[in-house]
Design a protein around this ligand. Structure first.
Ligand code: GLN
Length: 247
């Protein structure tokens, strides 16, 4: 066993729709297959976290009501440490409701204004009609050739980008961040946010490995490269889904 990593799972008991927890399982398993121990620390309201010790973080989606329950704890309790860690290159994946709460605010369709962490330069406005269905986003991760991320989206929130974030990718199928500008997800430093449930990482192992690789290099330096691992089956399933959706 070498190069252990630690993952913080943000508010998993309130923010876990469509099995988003599967993302944590995928990270843990692709680490384990390489002899890397990934320790998972649950971050529930009131938790005391030393963010300097955390390599990876995951923040899943949730209903508006779940988001309202944890928004204050996120801001008040974890806010300063988490924001500093993001600036320092913490590797963080946030899906849907979690993604929205990393932005400046989420104005729900019922008119409630949930304050966000403000770590990502995005804001979200809830609409009457939900954006639901299969989604494919073409993304370029690091220097690798573009990949087609497959997933499922279901959100009322429309997320709009400011100049402080880069798009994660381009929507080929589905609605994406707001159904208007073809943007699918956001990136800032090593933080990634998008609307792809699925779970996302088991279906898209290239992204899983990209996240692990970023975390290893941040903790152990540029020589800490990730051993290659077969992903033939997952890629075949990914391709099949993209073809079924007409691409
Ligand atoms: N409650 C948010 C919305 O509807 C997020 C939904 C989700 O995480 N699936 O926009």
């Amino acid at each position: 066993m070498s190069n252990p990593l630690t993952l913080a799972h943000l508010y998993g008991s309130h923010m876990n729709v469509y099995g988003d927890r599967g993302n944590v399982i995928a990270l843990k398993q692709r680490c384990a297959w390489r002899g890397i121990t990934l320790t998972v620390i649950p971050v529930e309201p009131g938790a005391d976290i030393d963010w300097a010790r955390i390599d990876l973080a995951f923040f899943g989606g949730g209903q508006d009501s779940g988001q309202a329950l944890i928004a204050n704890d996120l801001l008040e309790r974890q806010g300063p440490g988490l924001r500093a860690a993001i600036e320092d290159g913490l590797v963080l994946l946030a899906i849907c409701g979690g993604y929205q709460l990393l932005g400046h605010y989420f104005l729900t369709h019922s008119g409630e204004r949930l304050p966000g962490l403000g770590a990502l330069d995005v804001h979200t406005i809830g609409g009457k009609q939900r954006l639901i269905g299969n989604i494919v986003v073409e993304a370029q991760l690091g220097g690798a050739p573009p990949i087609r991320l497959v997933g499922f989206e279901n959100h009322s929130g429309r997320t709009y980008h400011g100049p402080g974030v880069r798009p994660l990718g381009r929507v080929l199928v589905g609605h994406g961040d707001n159904g208007e500008d073809g943007i699918g997800g956001a990136m800032y430093r090593n933080t990634f946010g998008c609307y792809l449930h699925g779970s996302l990482l088991p279906k898209n192992p290239q992204l899983t490995d990209h996240l692990i690789s970023l975390a290893l290099q941040r903790r152990y330096g540029p020589d800490a490269t990730l051993a290659p691992l077969d992903m033939t089956l997952e890629q075949r399933a990914q391709r099949r889904m993209v073809e079924r959706l007409g691409h």
